[in-house]
Design a protein around this ligand. Structure first.
Ligand SMILES: CC(=O)[C@@H](O)[C@H](O)COP(=O)(O)O
Ligand SMILES: NCC(=O)COP(=O)(O)O
Length: 246
């Protein structure tokens, strides 16, 4: 089962918002990503709409229908406003992230035990709308083991710590936590996603160690790498790494 790539378009939206016009177009780069082998696209519309906006969710939900099998993944904190956007867009997947509104970026996974009833209610509402649900979690087997109690379909391993250590040449010190968390997902019957700060240098090592990853969602590094190498070229490189991982 190959790992699928979902391209996060947040940073395209960030550049777009800096001029108040639809340039660059999020939809244009979504098409480039999907035309070059990505299996889906991701956005994370935050409360302040600093980059991805609620309207992008509707536009991308329509756009992915032009590509057989392509999926939209909408990430975010399940506020009422966010859930209403997801219910209107009806993406294939919604990834629930425990971010506070003012966070500069996502930096932790759910404490499932202390949010269990809330997550159960949110998952049930999204399932009723036919949306697959993934929970953003730290690489902690104990958290992963709790995830089925929420009704969620998948977990997404938060990979920033791995990425930072890989950049320092010391990822061996943390990779086992991801391996164990991935094994816990498999034992719990959960699908396994991963994301945050993955890049062209660290992705292959992650996928060779953590087996059975269904989907990686990548955006920040991909966008920066594309500034040097071209968007289509970088997407194709990520797809090749995912396919080589088997
Ligand atoms: C949940 C996660 O780790 C990322 O997908 C997040 O969406 C990144 O958000 P920013 O692009 O706002 O940093
Ligand atoms: N869920 C991770 C994601 O969508 C993109 O994270 P990043 O590659 O922008 O760090």
């Amino acid at each position: 089962m190959p790992t699928l790539l979902s391209v996060n378009l947040n940073k395209i939206a960030l550049i777009r918002n800096s001029r108040g016009r639809d340039y660059p177009s999020v939809e244009h780069f979504a098409r480039i990503a999907l035309e070059n082998g990505a299996s889906g696209v991701t956005i994370h519309p935050r409360p302040d709409q600093r980059h991805a906006r609620n309207a992008d969710a509707m536009a991308l939900a329509a756009l992915v229908k032009d590509f057989a099998g392509a999926e939209l993944n909408i990430e975010g904190y399940p506020s009422r406003e966010f859930l209403d956007v997801v219910l209107q867009a009806r993406p294939a997947q919604c990834t629930l992230v425990p971010d506070e509104p003012g966070q500069i970026t996502s930096d932790h996974g759910w404490d499932i035990r202390s949010h269990l009833t809330f997550l159960q209610e949110v998952v049930a509402e999204l399932h009723a709308a036919g949306v697959r649900v993934s929970l953003f979690v730290d690489p902690d087997p104990a958290q992963v083991a709790l995830a089925p109690q929420t009704g969620a379909d998948r977990v997404e391993l938060y990979t920033e710590d791995y990425a930072l250590k890989h950049g320092e040449g010391s990822h061996a010190s943390v990779i086992d936590s991801y391996v164990q968390a991935g094994a816990a997902a498999s034992q719990a019957g959960l699908g396994l996603n991963a994301g945050h700060d993955l890049n062209l240098d660290n992705l292959a090592d992650f996928l060779s160690a953590v087996r059975g990853v269904n989907e990686v969602s990548i955006g920040h590094a991909l966008t920066v790498e594309a500034l040097e190498q071209g968007y289509a070229n970088v997407v194709r490189q990520y797809v090749a790494i995912c396919q080589a991982a088997g």
